[in-house]
Write a protein that binds this ligand. Structure first.
Ligand code: EPU
Length: 420
């Protein structure tokens, strides 16, 4: 199994470009099912989750031509609306195929989606199921292995999400895009990836308004076309690199990004004393003086992203004073901080949702295991600022969402190697 070996404590410098957003790519790939026309995706990140998603689409019968950051997809000859059990079990993103399959073929069969371990027990899909029912679908779970969702005819829905969910919003948005009539979705998630998806669907003939706000109105069309989608820059990668630069007291310019997608983080970085400038598509972080500890509470977009909580925790181990990190979205997303304590951080877990950090503390290199994608990048940042050698195992979790991370970090001066 590959691992990272990091020799920490090096000053970093130079430019690092942001890849396409994982959480945008994972929605546009299944959106290919919505139209039999050919979809071209540009700026696709080269990450494991994208590979899994394209493989899953291929098993359904799609024709895919992949060339590094581009994929040309035709779903004209799709032959089944049943998701391969083993593949769907590998990653949570498989759930994004269900809405488009149901909308185009009136049927979808799939196992409970797998993926990372950050939610309570199995991450639930109740919001999705309730959403499909609102479109008039029937759900049969009697096999105990598969959900079988069917509808003679789907009808537009007037639906209020009982909980804000990114992927459930996107799933209903995609489904409604090819159901003729007016669907109204309320209490929607507002992430930039949702806006990007809606903008693409609008170019193909749907009439969607309000994406990026809590109420989305969709006038679907049976004749949705397909065209070119350019994946937006990954805002979580952008924020992770900005935090790395601040924690490593280094001058790094982050390019090909959209700073307006991480405004909450940037406002907080300014408050804690991080020195940076921003342009329309870049952020330059410079070495700063002392960093102050500042508490945060994760929140749905545009609040403080749960996906940025783990890198921020590492930064706070280098900050003066005490702060509280309150994770409100997932209840297993702070357990990894125990590894930071082993590296020398002063972190007290109050309960599964809250830790208190006292800083600053020197970190020492350690042998670590990446438990999930976002904790994984945080461990890399910790390793890069720690004294001595850090070994990180289970980097498949990091490869799921960060493209060729070690090569890109080495170019800005990091001593990080992938070894088998
Ligand atoms: N939830 C339910 N029922 C559902 C769906 C979600 O109870 O049917 C709960 C979840 O358990 C969680 C809360 O709702 O407690 C919010 O989760 P949400 O559904 O918004 O998360 P998601 O859509 O599954 C996406 C991203 C995550 C990111 C979250 C929050 C994708 C593929 N995933 O997940 O990304 O953390 O939104 O912003 O878009 C990551 O990239 O590492 C990652 C986990």
């Amino acid at each position: 199994m590959p691992k990272f070996i990091i020799n920490g404590g090096k000053r970093l410098s130079g430019e690092i470009a942001v890849s396409g957003a994982k959480n945008s790519a994972l929605k546009i790939i299944p959106a290919a099912i919505l139209s039999p026309e050919t979809l071209t995706i540009q700026n696709l990140p080269l990450i494991e989750d994208v590979d899994r998603s394209l493989e899953l689409l291929e098993t359904l019968g799609a024709d895919i031509k992949r060339n590094e950051h581009q994929a040309i997809i035709s779903t004209k000859n799709i032959k089944t609306s049943q998701l391969d059990e083993k593949m769907a079990d590998k990653f949570r993103g498989s759930i994004m195929f269900v809405g488009p399959l149901l909308a185009r073929f009136g049927e979808a069969k799939f196992p409970h989606p797998g993926g990372c371990v950050i939610g309570a027990g199995e991450r639930p899909i109740d919001l999705f199921l309730a959403g499909y029912k609102a479109f008039g679908a029937e759900i049969d779970e009697s096999s105990g292995e598969f959900y079988h969702i069917k509808a003679k005819e789907l009808k537009p829905a007037n639906y209020f999400f009982p909980l804000v969910s990114v992927t459930a919003t996107e799933s209903m948005l995609m489904t409604a895009a090819i159901i003729p009539g007016k669907t109204i979705l309320k209490n929607c998630a507002m992430e930039p990836e949702i806006e990007a998806l809606a903008e693409y669907l609008n170019k193909q003939g749907a009439k969607i308004s309000g994406a990026g706000s809590p109420t989305i109105i969709i006038e679907g069309t049976k004749d949705l076309k397909a065209g070119t989608f350019t994946v937006i820059p990954d805002r979580i990668e952008t924020g992770s690199f900005a935090i790395l630069a601040a924690a490593a007291q280094s001058e790094i310019t982050i390019t090909q990004c959209q700073p307006e997608h991480i405004m909450t983080l940037l406002v907080i970085l300014e408050e804690v004393g991080v020195n940076f400038e921003i342009g329309p598509d870049w952020i330059r972080v410079k070495p700063n003086g002392k960093i102050k500890g500042r508490s945060i509470k994760t929140h749905e977009y545009p609040g403080f992203a749960t996906d940025l909580q783990s890198p921020y925790v590492v930064l706070m181990t280098q900050a003066q004073g005490t702060c509280l990190i309150h994770e409100t979205i997932y209840d297993r997303r702070l357990i990894w901080t125990d590894m930071l304590s082993q590296m020398g951080a002063d972190i007290t877990m109050c309960d599964p949702h809250r830790v208190v950090i006292n800083g600053p503390t020197k970190l020492r290199g350690k042998h670590l295991i990446s438990p999930d994608l976002r904790a994984g990048i945080a461990l890399v940042i910790a390793g890069l600022i720690a004294e001595g050698e850090t070994q990180i195992d289970n980097i498949y979790q990091i490869d799921r969402g960060y493209e060729r991370l070690e090569e890109r970090l080495a170019k800005i001066g990091a001593d990080i190697k992938r070894v088998e």
